[in-house]
Ligand binder design. Structure first.
Ligand SMILES: *Cc1c(COP(=O)(O)O)cnc(C)c1O
Length: 340
């Protein structure tokens, strides 16, 4: 274990660990897995990643459980999504077995950075793939680097599980209607920075985007998926521009397990009037409950949490998912991979 780190005060930031793992695709095949302690990568200045944005990534977490075992949550789902992102950007897909093997390896190598059970902290795993080939013309790379770094991150809710307010702004789109929104692409984040910073300046935690084509339906909530509770049902937007969140998929399953009906469909803005709970969801927070949604263009305010507290369904789902990740509750869906 690592005695120098105050786990409860860790931010969601980068902290150096001992090792990262890498694998390169050259001459039509993936090479050997390399273990490195170097925090830098040596890149050709004309690499496609730098000029034409051939960059994709993933984000998942490892936890130390009640039984002291280390669990990676939904490893295979992230492996599959990374493959789909690669296909979307004409990059060489990382074989799912290689992805899983390398994630387990990098966690094991950095075992002393996996925060203790009960700290609320976890080891964040960040796989990324970039195009290496030097190109000036617009064309996909032929060589790729797949790299995984890990860093311990603190609890998302520093002052306890609580609500924040979000806003609707029609002046920004995160992605295009038939664009790259469904893949985990760095460029999507670059394209969302302006809107996010604008919302933060106005005191909101995130922008609730509307669908980029018609501006009629709810889309993503900042860099997270969105769900709401309406007439006791779990509703979440369906759209081609939404990244399929593994957390959202897990919460939908847990909702069904709890006897809650789930609808993944177009949701119009005015349906928010009839919602009794709402939250953003993703690996970082699991669920980040929404207090109020302010539509800055119409002046309308949707109050989701009149008492300012997270609602009962969101709270139950949040607790259930956390309990599974920490080995406190039986993993009936086989979501955890134990790192031996
Ligand atoms: C990563 C991401 C999410 C959340 O996905 P999880 O698999 O739940 O972490 C949601 N939206 C966007 C745009 C993302 O990049």
């Amino acid at each position: 274990m690592n005695n120098e780190i105050d786990w409860s005060k860790l931010p969601f930031g980068y902290l150096r660990t001992d090792y990262n793992v890498r694998c390169e695709y050259r001459d039509g095949k993936w090479g050997e897995i390399q273990v490195s302690s170097d925090e830098n990568i040596n890149l050709h200045m004309a690499a496609t990643a730098l000029h034409y944005g051939q960059e994709i990534f993933e984000g998942l977490k490892a936890f130390r459980g009640k039984d002291n075992k280390i669990r990676i949550f939904r490893l295979k789902d992230n492996a599959r999504r990374m493959r789909e992102s690669a296909e979307g950007l004409l990059m060489e897909p990382v074989p799912e077995d290689l992805f899983c093997e390398m994630c387990k390896k990098v966690v094991k190598l950095n075992e002393r950075f996996v925060p203790p059970y009960g700290s609320g902290a976890s080891l964040y795993i960040r796989p990324l793939e970039i195009g290496l080939t030097a190109r000036v013309g617009v064309k996909p790379a032929e060589e790729f680097l797949f790299l995984i770094l890990v860093t311990p991150v603190g609890p998302y809710f520093k002052t306890g599980f609580g609500c924040t307010n979000i806003c609707i702004m029609r002046d920004y789109d995160r992605v295009a209607p038939k664009g790259t929104g469904r893949w985990k692409v760095g460029g999507n984040y670059a394209a969302s920075l302006q809107a996010g910073e604008h919302a933060h300046e106005l005191g909101y935690s995130a922008v609730l985007y509307l669908d980029p084509k018609e501006k009629k339906y709810l889309d993503e909530c900042g860099p997270a998926n969105f769900f709401a509770i309406k007439n006791g049902k779990y509703i979440t937007p369906a759209s081609d521009s939404i990244l399929p969140s593994v957390t959202n998929k897990s919460l939908m399953q847990l909702a069904r397990d709890m006897g809650i009906e789930v609808e993944q469909r177009h949701i119009t803005v005015d349906e928010l009037d009839d919602c009794t709970e709402a939250a953003a969801c993703g690996t970082a927070a699991v669920a980040s409950p929404v207090g109020e949604i302010h539509d800055l263009d119409t002046g309308k305010k949707y109050i989701l949490a009149p008492d300012g507290k997270p609602g009962p369904v969101t709270t139950a789902l949040y607790n259930r998912l956390n309990a599974i990740r920490l080995g406190e509750e039986e993993d009936i869906h086989g979501w955890n991979t134990i790192v031996e």
